[in-house]
Design a protein around this ligand. Structure first.
Ligand code: SF4
Ligand code: FES
Length: 252
């Protein structure tokens, strides 16, 4: 198959970017989208031109490193699929394909399609963990966990931190990401002790990083490659109100 690519090229956050046209011929429909970009980059290097910068690591849909906009959609046209798991057979011969970085104030462009998602790391560092003393591992069955809670916690923990939810949201909200992280700990007894502190700190950091508010459009969940549910956002809101009420009662 032959394809016509329009790719956003930007040397850095400080410099302006613009779209560049590239054509690739005889692309095997069974290669992945990132392999297609590897082929383009090899060609550019051979021509002594600057290769296109894009993020990737596992290429198995588990690390969350990859992600950019393909034809206006984060991670491209296939539902519940990261860009690294997308194949060229999802496109047609002679298709025009537009590639742009995730656009959000809190995700500055590093170069071309690569963006800085350290704001997510700072939300996790604020309190997205449980404090556990090291020592002998406890017998797992000492803490019984209801099956429905374990299943829900597992679904929330599937968030890979890719940032597609932010890119999909008209407000650049990070509520789906933050709520998934808060939820998987809120649903387990190990997360209970620090729950109020956790939700307060993570929400405060999310706001300080400049992410927008959630207006419940559902675009985040619809475009999430791990199909993280909006019910996590409802749980985050409940946990936040509980934490705020707790601090208010303590002050009285
Ligand atoms: S909630 Fe979904 S889209 Fe958002 S960071 Fe997690 S996996 Fe990516
Ligand atoms: S490269 Fe790891 S999820 Fe895509």
């Amino acid at each position: 198959m032959n394809i016509n690519l329009k790719i956003w090229r930007q040397p850095s956050d400080k410099k302006d970017g613009k779209l560049h046209d590239y054509r690739l011929e005889n692309v095997d429909p069974n290669i992945s989208f990132l392999e297609m970009l590897d082929i383009l980059n090899n060609k550019l290097v051979k021509e002594k031109k600057d290769p296109v910068a894009f993020d990737h690591d596992c290429r198995e849909g588990i690390c969350g490193s990859c992600g950019f906009m393909i034809n206006g959609r984060p991670h491209g046209p296939q539902k519940a699929t990261t860009v690294c798991q997308l194949h060229m057979r999802s496109f047609n011969d002679e298709d025009d394909i537009l590639l742009e970085p995730f656009r959000a104030k809190s995700f500055g462009v590093i170069k071309d399609l690569s963006v800085d998602r350290k704001s997510f790391d700072r939300i996790i560092s604020a309190s997205g963990f449980v404090s556990v003393d090291t020592g002998k591992a406890e017998e797992a069955n000492y803490i019984p966990i209801q099956k429905s809670n374990a299943d829900e916690a597992f679904l929330s923990a599937a968030c890979i931190g890719c940032g597609a939810c932010v890119a999909a949201c008209k407000n650049s909200s990070a509520m789906l990401f933050t709520s998934a992280k808060v939820s998987h700990l809120a649903l387990l007894p190990q997360g209970e002790v620090e729950q109020a502190d956790r939700v307060n700190k993570m929400v405060a950091t999310m706001d300080a990083e400049g992410f927008g508010a959630c207006t419940n459009t559902g675009a985040c969940s619809a475009e999430c490659p791990k199909e993280i549910s909006q019910t996590n956002i409802a749980r985050l809101n409940r946990e936040f109100v509980k934490a705020q009420l707790g601090s208010f009662i303590k002050k009285k």
